[in-house]
Design a protein around this ligand. Structure first.
Ligand code: NAP
Length: 249
């Protein structure tokens, strides 16, 4: 077992693929110990753990539905048990859905809020006693540019991501005196499975609309997340960093 390395201990929710997996690779490459949370994709999470270990890093996979407070509490206990401490929480797990506002059912609305907002709340609440006790800790939440501007046919998703921004700002004020930073990353269009519904023509149109003339990569977002946990971000809290290629300025 290589779970005793000296790097920071990081819990990344939704780490089985996309942006979360890129975050796991980024932290592991820096020598941090990563706990990779997944919901359904056990094989993908375990393959990523193997990849990181093969490169000499430290990683474990932890299953939990972030929308279930008991599962989240168990997951955090499990990570604390394995790593003995936790330094960083990345609340990345999220789901999206495109539909007309008038087609959104009560269940659709609740499903998005359950994962994107309740999940962020449960994870932050579960790690904070440990962070407050140590008077240290860094939380990075995951919003979206739609949480800043609102997206047509993504009203529920936009509302969840705006809620994440509100949570981030308020929580940063509450726990700042305990030495804890809380920041948010609000990416633009990133090439992951979440955007698998976009056609090549849609992606090309978005690329042309973007001043930096490219679609974002999960690694671009991971760099922002990593920065917000670095010593260089020591004096930054309650902020929203939007890696978006300039599509939203
Ligand atoms: P993705 O490829 O669809 O991956 C989503 C991840 O979230 C998966 O690892 C999935 O785990 C996990 N997840 C979903 N529901 C969960 C639950 N209830 N409990 C635990 N894990 C859960 O998405 P992505 O593009 O990487 O997006 C990651 C985050 O960035 C999301 O919060 C998303 O809203 C945000 N974001 C994405 C974009 C974009 O353009 N892609 C833009 C802005 C913001 P399993 O595979 O195990 O189910």
């Amino acid at each position: 077992m290589n779970e005793t390395s000296t790097g920071r201990a990081v819990l990344i929710t939704g780490g089985s693929r996309g942006i979360g997996a890129a975050c796991a690779r980024r932290f592991a490459a820096a020598g941090d110990r990563v706990a990779i949370n997944y919901h359904h994709a056990q094989a993908a999470a375990e393959a990523l753990v193997e990849e990181i270990r093969a490169a000499g890093g430290t990683a474990i996979a932890v299953q939990a539905d972030v929308g279930d407070s008991e599962q989240v509490a168990r997951m955090v206990d499990n990570v604390l048990d394995k790593f003995c401490q936790l330094d960083i929480l990345v609340c990345n797990a999220g789901i999206a859905r495109q539909q007309l506002f008038t087609d959104i059912s009560d269940g659709d609305w609740r499903t998005l809020f359950r994962t994107n907002v309740d999940g962020t709340f449960y994870c932050c609440r579960a790690v904070l006693p440990h962070f407050i006790h140590r008077k240290a800790g860094k939380i990075v939440t995951m919003s979206s540019m739609w949480g800043l501007t609102g997206g047509s046919c993504e009203v529920a998703y936009s509302a969840t991501k705006a809620a994440v921004i509100g949570l981030t700002k308020a929580l940063s004020k509450e726990v700042g005196p305990s030495g804890i930073t809380v920041n948010c990353v609000a990416p633009g269009v990133i090439d992951t499975e979440m955007n698998a519904n976009l056609t090549p023509e849609d992606l090309e149109a978005l690329r042309q609309e973007t001043p930096l003339e490219s679609i974002g990569r999960p690694e671009d977002v991971a760099e922002s997340v990593f920065f917000l946990t670095s010593e260089g971000a020591r004096f930054i809290t309650g902020q929203i960093l939007s890696p978006n290629g300039g599509i939203l300025i």
